[in-house]
Design a protein around this ligand. Structure first.
Ligand SMILES: [Fe+2]
Ligand SMILES: [Fe+2]
Length: 244
């Protein structure tokens, strides 16, 4: 397996590994995102089986010993499975997650004590600024959180907009059709009364780029309409489920 590196916004790099056969014959991509700043940050680690490939790719962007922060959306193998491999490779790095995420998983599992973040808390990376967004059950899991990089307007939305198969790193096109197709196969998003309002909160940030964990990231005029359409889709799904 080979991990590809693409810069999707200024000094924000997508590390993409296509797993052939996963998620059907077209394969499935696992994407981590590396923010190069005075204090570099990695969002999502990938599974332990991907560590060699993903860390080799990351090392083409930065010296891994410079890595200062590692964070992720929620406790699952693809989001944070290789966390301790990264902490071992990057002695200066601290894992960071929401307070609830630290309480239910991270404080127990991480090699070193993590930093617990409050909703809307900002870490100044030096040249980049990341805002922690507490988003319980969006995309799924009670510890779910997302990240927003303020200087580039990049929203790291984890499993939202998951698409199957391989595709370009970045598109200005519409990914909704592919995202709904994947949702119909996997049913991976938690549907709660807070799903649509939480996604509308993300739209209100007016991100210029949406960094997506599985599939193409989105930049340009389609970002906010895509988030609004996704919120509307889940709202309709929830209404239909309640009416059944
Ligand atoms: Fe997930
Ligand atoms: Fe994922």
């Amino acid at each position: 397996m080979q991990t590809r590196v693409d810069e999707i916004a200024d000094k924000i790099y997508r590390l993409c590994t296509l797993m052939p056969g996963a998620g059907g014959s077209a394969g499935f991509t696992f994407n981590q995102f590396l923010i190069d700043a005075d204090e570099p940050l990695l969002f999502h680690t990938g599974m332990r089986s991907l560590f060699a490939s993903v860390s080799t790719a990351a090392a083409t962007v930065i010296d891994l010993k410079r890595l200062r922060w590692i964070t992720y959306s929620h406790a699952e193998a693809d989001e944070c499975g290789s966390l301790n491999d990264w902490l071992a490779a990057a002695p200066q790095a601290t894992a960071a997650q929401g307070r609830f995420g630290c309480a239910v998983w991270l404080s127990d599992q991480a090699l070193r004590p993590p930093r617990a973040l409050a909703d809307n808390e900002v870490i100044d990376l030096g040249g980049k600024r990341v805002r922690h967004l507490s988003t319980p059950h969006v995309p799924h899991a009670v510890d779910a959180s997302l990240l927003y990089e303020e200087t580039t307007g990049t929203l790291f939305c984890s499993d939202l907009f998951t698409q199957m198969g391989d595709a370009p790193a970045l598109t200005d096109g519409d990914v909704m059709e592919a995202a709904i197709a994947a949702e119909k196969v996997y049913g991976f998003t938690s549907l709660t009364p807070r799903t649509a309002p939480t996604i509308r909160r993300l739209a209100a940030l007016a991100p210029r780029t949406i960094a997506i964990m599985h599939g193409s990231s989105v930049a340009g005029a389609n970002t906010v309409p895509s988030l609004e359409a996704l919120a509307g889709y889940y709202e309709t799904q929830l209404r239909q489920a309640m009416a059944d």
